[in-house]
Write a protein that binds this ligand. Structure first.
Ligand code: ZN
Length: 656
């Protein structure tokens, strides 16, 4: 037999396996949203900003994560549960399994861009252990299988499977497994992990539901995980299961309610504002948005719209961070946005991006991408150091150099007993190219400005699109459109809220001076008189090869004030430029950053510093010290703080 013949037989076998699993390969069509994102695999980022982050995540953060998990027994736990190794559960959390799932998810995304046979083999080896840990009927949660009579943490009660679901994290582990297994399948085409996930999901469907167990997980994510399984298999039972878990929240007939901490205080469609644990909350709102879109459920849509309005107008930090309180890792009351003690968990920022992306795919409005962009460039990437091996769990907006806000540390830490944030960053960062473009039918959306090359296929129209830009440091964006054949279609270019006098939707923040950036748009060198629709400049014309669009957004340094109801920001001002939020750090400003005053008449300069913190734009101006003397003020992007030793830092500076 020659090689080609063997290959053909293998292909046939693979096809049979795939078909028998009833898996839908075309994820685009299966997403079920009115708008379809252009997958990250079709967008190659060529810029300096994100390329470095994604490469650091691939070469440093992901291997570091696997190494940590090996050392701390997270992989051995699977081997033990599978009877391949003796011994007790290692680890201090009931959700340690989920860390492995999340790193596999991130590594799978990375593999699609950077093929690496060694990594494929390494992951396959872990998947073998995961499969071994799965019980005969599909159950999979290592601490329960190894010994259900002990508990990894004091706050989890030992007991048989499905006992104490508010705290056991069995369903949380499962949800992360589904998300990871789908990513692994889409990235590699292999079904070894997906089959484990489906077997587990089938057990969940047999166990929970009307006439069966009516309980819900304490920590959400199984909802979006099940929906991803539905999207690849088209098996509606997974979608129905997700909706069941959402519908049952707040229903005390089936279980003793967990309360607002777990968004279980009332039915989800009656909820009107984000409350409780912020990560649980945004994962749930993402799941609810899926239901609103995929099942065309208007009650769900009304609820997520209301919750979102409340969040952006009363509970969102200027960095896009959410979750004001350390206590319960939770949202605070309306306008409760302290700076020193801001919690802003990195996971919550990631969840906020997931949710806002879905809201855009549902409604097609640019304001959701505005929130996504603000979170992405500020409150999310602050969570990982530029070196890629230390992390913030909370992301405060002020440091006095004394209060150890980061789980007992004044700066980023190498790891945490609860390592949700590092592993969430590992899975999220490689997916960033997937947020740049989307399309509705044959109408293209340009959502983010990132130097990149992309291939887009929308309703039979194939095109290549390239972006040249120094964004976020400069607002000149040049797009080159290369359709395979001359065609009439629309390109919707997001005009960012920051360029239209809107810091965020609502009145939580406003610009102090009225020097709005200028926005100009040219098509093939000629000024183009565009119409705005839902925050997008719409260009409808017949496109041909080499057509160019130039968007120019001027980026002055601007001052932002918070709504007077935010007590902690009264008489304070924040400096921003484009999408980037700035902070003053002790190392650039002398010790007493918190006492510096920035008068309203100070003019600012800015400039790019190649030598500083991987290259960034710094802002310079004059501030007044305590005795009224002039001091130079130097501000750096917020995400880059805390790389040069602990000390004072402030986003909100005294104004007068
Ligand atoms: Zn976290």
């Amino acid at each position: 037999m020659n090689f080609k013949y063997i290959l053909k037989i293998l292909c046939i076998i693979l096809t049979v396996v795939v078909v028998s699993c009833d898996i839908v390969k075309d994820n685009d069509k299966a997403s079920g949203y009115p708008i379809t994102p252009v997958p990250f695999t079709d967008v190659t980022i060529t810029d300096d900003f994100w390329s470095k982050r994604i490469e650091t995540n691939r070469t440093i953060t992901i291997p570091y994560g696997f190494e940590k998990c090996e050392k701390e027994g997270r992989i051995r736990n699977f081997a033990r549960a599978g009877g391949l190794l003796e011994g007790e559960y290692e680890g201090k959390m009931p959700f340690d399994d989920s860390d492995i799932y999340k790193i596999i998810e991130g590594a799978s995304y990375s593999l699609t861009v950077h093929p690496d046979p060694n990594l494929v083999e390494y992951i396959d080896d872990i998947i073998e252990k995961i499969a071994a840990a799965q019980e005969e009927d599909g159950y999979l949660c290592t601490w329960k299988t190894i010994n259900p009579d002990t508990t990894p943490a004091w706050w989890v009660k030992p007991g048989p499977r499905w006992y104490n679901l508010g705290a056991s994290h069995e369903l949380y582990n499962a949800g992360h497994m589904y998300e990871a297994a789908v990513a692994h399948y889409l990235a590699t085409g292999k079904t070894n992990f997906l089959n484990v996930a489906l077997k587990n999901a089938d057990l969940i469907v047999e166990t929970f539901g009307p006439g069966k167990k009516l309980e819900v997980p304490g920590h959400q994510i199984i909802e979006t995980g099940l929906i991803k399984l539905y999207q690849v298999t088209k098996n509606k039972k997974y979608l129905d299961m997700a909706k069941f878990f959402l519908d049952e929240r707040g229903n005390n007939q089936g279980h003793e309610l967990y309360g607002s901490y777990s968004q279980d205080h009332k039915p989800v469609i009656e909820q009107t504002e984000p409350v409780g644990h912020a990560v649980r909350a945004v994962y749930m709102y993402a799941g609810m948005t899926d239901i609103a879109a995929l099942m065309k459920d208007s009650a769900y849509m009304k609820a997520v719209d209301k919750i979102w309005e409340n969040m952006v107008s009363k509970k969102l930090y200027i960095t896009g961070g959410i979750g004001a309180r350390h206590e319960g890792e939770s949202f605070g009351d309306n306008y409760e946005l302290p700076n020193l003690t801001a919690y802003n968990e990195t996971c919550a920022a990631i969840g906020n991006i997931y949710w806002n992306h879905r809201m855009f795919l549902l409604h097609g409005e640019a304001k959701y991408i505005d929130v996504l962009e603000r979170t992405l460039y500020n409150g999310m990437i602050s969570g990982v150091s530029l070196e890629g091996n230390t992390f913030f769990y909370p992301n405060c907006l002020e440091s006095d150099g004394k209060y150890k806000f980061n789980q007992g540390s004044l700066t980023r830490k190498a790891w945490f007993d609860c390592s949700c944030c590092p592993t969430n960053a590992m899975r999220f960062i490689p997916s960033v190219p997937g947020y740049v473009y989307a399309h509705r039918g044959d109408s293209l959306y340009v959502n983010l400005f990132v130097a990149s090359e992309a291939e887009v296929n929308m309703n039979g129209i194939g095109l290549e699109i390239s972006q040249e830009t120094e964004y976020p440091w400069d607002g000149k964006i040049k797009l080159t459109i290369n359709p395979k054949e001359n065609k009439m279609f629309s390109i919707n270019i997001r005009i960012p809220g920051w360029a239209l006098e809107k810091v965020v939707p609502g009145d939580l923040y406003r610009y102090l001076e009225k020097n709005a950036p200028r926005v100009t748009l040219k098509v093939n060198g000629e000024l183009f008189d565009y119409k705005m629709n839902k925050g997008f400049a719409v260009i409808t014309r017949k496109w041909s090869k080499g057509d160019g669009i130039e968007l120019n957004l001027t980026m002055p340094v601007r001052r932002v004030l918070a709504n007077e109801k935010v007590k902690d920001d009264i008489n304070k001002v924040a400096l921003v430029r484009g999408p980037i939020v700035y902070c003053a750090e002790w190392v650039d400003n002398g010790i007493n950053v918190l006492r510096l005053k920035v008068p309203d008449n100070v003019e600012f300069e800015y400039g790019y510093r190649q030598d500083l913190l991987n290259g960034l734009v710094v802002i310079k101006g004059v501030a007044l010290n305590e005795s009224g003397g002039k001091e130079e003020l130097n501000a750096i992007p917020y995400y880059a703080w805390s790389h040069r030793g602990p000390g004072e830092m402030a986003v909100w500076l005294l104004r007068k």
